[in-house]
Design a protein around this ligand. Sequence first.
Ligand code: LLP
Length: 370
Amino acid sequence: MRTPYYQYDLGILENTLKSIKESTAQHIDWHVHYAIKANANPLLLKLIKEYGLGIDCVSGGEINVAMENGFPASSIVFAGVGKADWEIDLALKSDIACFNVESEAELDVIAERCAALGKTAHIAFRVNPDVDAHTHANITTGKAENKFGIEIPMLLPIIRKALDNPCFAFEGLHFHIGSQILDMEPFHLLCQKVNALQDLMEKEGIKLNSINVGGGLGVDYVNPELNPVPDFKQYFSIFENNLKLRKGQQLHFELGRAVVAQCGQLITKVLYVKQGTVKKFAIVDAGFTELIRPALYGAHHKIVNMTSDGPVQKYDVVGPICESSDVFGKDEMLSEVRRGDLIALMSAGAYGEAMSSQYNCRPLPPSVEK
Ligand code: LLP
């Protein structure tokens, strides 16, 4: 197999999906949509579909990939602050389940496109709940300063506008506060915000058929072998115990990372071991072109030398890209590294392959089932 490549352990994915199923089984009105942006590899999508998850999309390309992989349009929700006209048309023609509308300007364009195509749009409004997810600044989405969603003081007139237009079927409200959230408190706060907002809507005579609380559950990047499956019971119980849903109301989730992160590893080969005056470098053939999370967010993926049991030594593990940010780990304690060793970057199933690029004219990485 040409390196670097992604390797997916479908056993781990299956255990993860089973756990999601078990934790939500008693709620027929709960729907989990897989956030396909995390990884659109068909190997994973096949299993995710078998477990009955819907899909959360943020682009027309994702809608196409979801449908090509057999997900019914009726299980697709579509978010994004910048939906292009062709993407809106595609979603309308495909009869997706719901647009998560992020601004009044977008609402107006969807109305225009509905009129042009003779279609009705099911819509929810994405609310910016101003909840701090206490995660990396680049993956926080629910604060007033973020570009996402409609701020609460501006919400009511926009909902009224939608209710007055027969081309819309108004479904409810959508939230997403951020990603890689391990402390459950922000989700708890989100529930309180949703409850307060529901009370307000009820006073205004506005009925919500559905609430969508987005995604964001984090995974254990430090000890992936100990915790291959996130604690879904704890996560879902926060919503079960704190959200005051009305009778018959649907609850939607959009989990990405928690579904696929732990089943994927990026496998890379050591090209050179280079001894500097203060550092020893293990130069591998994967770079931020294959896994950009360390360079972009300062993220750390556990690094394992799969082919050596030599004495443990300290290395900076770096890629071949001509940029100083192309570093996977500094002062990593690894079994003695030699040219040709295979190194695994763990927990790379989410936002790994999906964010890979061809910078430096490098080919995209292949993938295999483990
Ligand atoms: N719903 C919406 C509207 C989203 O924007 C996202 C992720 C999700 C659901 C899924 O969130 P998750 O369950 O995966 O946390 N590339 C970054 C993460 C960006 C997340 C963007 N939105 C990373 O590698 O950490």
